[in-house]
Design a protein around this ligand. Structure first.
Ligand code: BMA
Length: 344
């Protein structure tokens, strides 16, 4: 196992996000450049751009399937296309963030298979640890390929083992102990950063919304040396019948924790499926983001993907929520690509 060495980081994302702190937050969208509602793989297209006139400043991507050598991720995005679109996003001045819904090593259960006990078998000492390392090797090989035109490694955010406070993934709160989970997280980061030399990688920690204090938020936190960005995924509190006040309170906890640790904070995932409330963007998301502490402190917010066949979280032109989403995105504190490029 790699030694627990802290890598001294000089990372342009870290520098840029720190320099814009207080001036605005990046708006992000998962799979934005790959496909949207009614289109797919048209270079230069983006549902956020179609509705608002500009690209998001943050591009989310998903790696699930890469570990099994699949050519496409679990949402049908070809990995070679993802690579070139992430490079394009970087060249345009945006930030890339990667999530990962992996299949289990050896047994290949999907991320949502919560009957199987997996974590304890893949951490150091576990019977499937070597196989897990092979999976991480594939992830590292993909990240290596993210290079700019001059051949320099592109910095990016990796957000593994997300929503661990829920119990819908095999790394969830009922599927492993806190200690096993922390070992999994720490090993993942250490292996990629130290053993594989991915120094250009930032790591985000993002539980779902099942916490109500700094202590409960940090229950799965592997340690300061592994984490750069403290986040939260929260859909439920922004749903009909949910409480935006609760969402605000939880983001305050994230911000307070991040500030104490000298780290960045983010709203790592949110959205309303099918944007089924016309004014969700201004009245729910906007209400949360305009809270004075949140508006000043968080680095980015990201909404989930726009798959017309499955679900979508950002409106398309002509959708009943399009005008309202555009209105939120015209808020000077919410940065699309051009706004981000202008101030960073
Ligand atoms: C989920 C859904 C799934 C998808 C997964 C990974 O939240 O969008 O359809 O496969 O994320 O991207």
């Amino acid at each position: 196992m790699a030694q627990n060495t802290t890598v001294t980081k000089k990372n342009s994302i870290l520098e840029d996000l720190s320099s814009i702190k207080g001036k605005g937050m990046l708006f992000g969208h998962q799979d934005d450049l790959a496909y949207g509602v009614g289109w797919g793989y048209v270079r230069g297209e983006s549902d956020v751009k179609r509705v608002s006139g500009d690209y998001p400043a943050l591009f989310g991507w998903e790696l699930g399937g890469l570990e099994l050598d699949h050519s496409h991720n679990l949402d049908s995005v070809p990995f070679d296309t993802m690579q070139s679109l992430a490079i394009m996003g970087h060249e345009m001045g945006g930030v890339n963030t990667f999530s990962w819904h992996p299949y289990a090593p050896v047994t290949h259960e999907s991320s949502w298979d919560t009957d199987a006990i997996i974590v304890k078998h893949i951490i150091p000492g576990g019977k499937n640890h070597e196989a897990f390392k092979q999976h991480l090797n594939k992830v590292a090989a993909f990240f290596y390929k993210l290079k700019d035109a001059e051949g320099r490694q592109i910095p990016f955010i990796f957000r593994p083992w997300h929503e661990m406070d829920g119990s819908w993934f095999w790394w969830g709160s009922k599927q492993s102990t806190r200690e096993e989970f922390k070992k999994l997280f720490a090993f993942t980061v250490n292996y990629l950063r130290v053993e594989k030399g991915l120094e250009q990688m930032l790591i985000a920690y993002s539980p779902d919304r099942n916490f109500d204090s700094v202590e409960t938020y940090l229950q799965w936190y592997p340690g300061d040396q592994y984490i750069d960005i403290l986040g939260v995924d929260n859909y439920a509190d922004l749903k009909k019948g949910g409480s935006t006040k609760a969402a605000i309170r939880k983001l305050h906890i994230v911000i307070e924790t991040a500030n104490k640790k000298g780290k960045l904070s983010a709203f790592t995932e949110t959205g309303l499926e099918f944007v089924s409330e016309e004014d969700w963007y201004t009245q729910k998301l906007g209400k949360v983001l305009s809270d004075p502490i949140i508006a000043k402190e968080i680095s980015y917010v990201m909404v989930w993907r726009n798959d017309g066949k499955v679900h979508y979280f950002f409106p398309y032109p002509g959708h009943k929520a399009a005008k309202d989403a555009k209105k939120l995105l015209s808020d000077p504190n919410i940065l699309l690509l051009e706004g981000y490029n202008r101030i960073k």
